[in-house]
Ligand binder design. Structure first.
Ligand code: NAI
Length: 475
């Protein structure tokens, strides 16, 4: 088996944590039981690009239990849990000397070159050819296949401009080495039945491609299942934002001033958690609806300019770029903590910070750095500006990821088994499946659901069995 992880001897530790996680992931385990006999993913060759954590290990082993042949990478250079990666490679039946699990190409602390090398490796099936399904988080695997096919069609890979981001130059280099006149990436794209996308940022990319007419295969937007974005993004971040801050710095959050940039699903979870710790939370927003929500939830809403010099903790949650600039950072208090929990690292202008004259970067420990300005004051930047909950801590807990990943598995089954029902486009799962995901998680929390009477169901115009809300309902 080809694979590349940090240390296979961590597999036993990983396996013990996977076993704990399985108990906390009732949705995924129920799906395993439901499809044990029919194995609807038999024949599926799934390339996954999603944070290689313990929770993801349970997802991977669910896909395998349903019959899929899987290869995996992390979708972030810092988010891999090395014991999880090792356990997945060894597999439940294998040993360190005779691994029998799934090929994983991921370790904590990859360089960007290594990251893209891993992605290319996981897209390359032994014996030639590529996957027939992608399970993506943020859209990097989808991007590589699309760009490869695009440049093969154009007959050349463009040269990067001097001021292009470093990462883009690395992608172009990789493509220059891997595009072929026979159309290697074109063939990979043609073989893909579809992609299921995990996060807000990846979903944006898919809708853009569909709008531009460049999307090459159908996609299911898993993020906008209610049981994903209204749970993982919100309650998941409510848990893991604090975990990231604590493990990175262990500063007392109570009494501090915390600024949350963006009040979407992730921002709502983060602001709630920071308030729960006793911080005075200030929100910034560009959308009047979200700004009004934040105000009515009791948060001061103002601009970053107004509070940049008084806050102790900053968390960006926007999925947008250049939210915190180098100039903002130079005006922050001594030892202000600067962090991002959005998908990509460009919410904080790290490149601009590094270019400030006289600035000195010092590693406190991996993924925690001080940046000292010429006047002697410094700020603390978490995970080099990448998502701090996965870079500095272990991301969301199992139970909330069970909701997200049950949607992922259902979406994979949909696209793989009903391909002809999904012409190129971006889809969300039907509401009855969203409700099914929620239902699978109720027992574990001791929730007792009220059953509609037939008359009540008729009165509100739904079936006793659901779906209970129209598609436009917002929760
Ligand atoms: P969202 O679209 O619900 O929220 C983003 C909010 O930021 C919006 O309300 C938008 O109006 C606001 N915003 C945009 N530009 C802004 C600016 N310049 N200043 C202030 N606010 C601005 O998106 P969601 O679902 O909250 O996701 C946000 C990011 O977090 C995405 O990149 C997503 O992929 C990522 N994500 C990260 C997770 C993690 O575990 N780290 C989990 C889930 C999502």
């Amino acid at each position: 088996m080809d694979y590349k992880v940090a240390d296979l001897s961590l597999a036993d530790f990983g396996r013990r944590e996977i076993q704990l996680a399985e108990h906390e992931m009732p949705g995924l385990m129920a799906i395993r039981r439901e499809y044990a006999a029919s194995r609807p993913l038999a024949g599926a060759k799934i390339m996954g690009s999603l944070h290689m954590t313990i929770q993801t290990a349970v997802l991977i082993e669910t896909l395998v239990a349903l019959g899929a042949d899987v290869r995996w990478v992390s979708c972030n250079i810092f988010s891999t849990q090395d014991h999880a990666a090792a356990a997945v490679v060894v597999g439940p039946e294998g040993t360190v000397d005779d691994p029998k699990g799934v090929p994983v190409f991921a370790w904590k602390g990859e360089t960007l070159e290594e990251y893209w090398w891993c992605t290319e490796r996981a897209l390359s099936w032994p014996g030639g050819g590529g996957p027939n399904m992608i399970l993506d988080d943020g859209g990097d695997a989808t991007l590589l296949v699309h760009k490869g096919a695009e440049y093969e069609k154009a007959g050349a890979v463009p040269t990067a401009a001097e001021d292009d981001p470093e990462e883009w130059k690395i992608i172009l280099d990789l493509l220059r080495r891997t595009v072929t006149s026979e159309g290697r990436w074109t063939r990979v794209a043609e073989g893909i039945k579809g992609v299921t996308e995990e996060t807000t940022t990846g979903v944006h990319r898919l809708y853009e491609m569909f709008k531009n007419g460049t999307l090459l295969f159908p996609a299911i937007n898993v993020n906008d299942s209610v049981t994903k974005s209204k749970f993982d993004n919100k309650y998941g971040c409510r848990h893991s934002v604090i975990d990231g801050l604590n493990r990175a710095t262990d500063v007392l959050i109570g009494g501090k001033v915390a600024v949350v940039c963006g009040y979407g699903d992730v921002g709502k979870g983060c602001a709630d958690a920071l308030r729960g710790q006793g911080a005075r939370v200030i929100v910034t927003e560009i959308d009047p609806i979200c700004a009004l929500q934040a105000a009515m939830d009791g948060f001061q809403v103002t601009t970053l300019e107004d509070v940049v010099g008084i806050a102790d903790i900053f968390v960006t949650t926007t999925g947008n770029f250049n939210i915190i600039t180098a100039d903002h950072m130079s005006r922050m208090k001594h030892q202000a903590i600067v962090s991002n929990i959005g998908h990509f690292d460009n919410e904080i202008d790290m490149a601009g910070l590094a270019k400030l004259p006289g600035i000195v970067k010092t590693e406190v420990k991996p993924q925690v750095h001080t940046w000292t300005f010429p006047d002697g004051h410094n700020i603390i930047v978490l995970a080099e500006g990448r998502l701090m909950n996965l870079g500095c801590a272990t991301g969301h807990p199992s139970f909330v990821m069970s909701n997200s990943f049950t949607n992922q598995v259902i979406a994979q089954i949909e696209l793989f088994t009903k391909t002809e029902q999904y012409p190129i486009g971006v889809y969300v799962l039907p509401k009855h499946l969203d409700e099914k995901v929620a239902r699978l998680h109720l027992d574990a929390l001791g929730v007792k659901l009220t059953t509609l009477t037939k008359a009540q169901a008729e009165y509100i115009g739904v079936d006793v069995e659901g779906p209970y809300k129209p598609d436009h309902y917002r929760y």
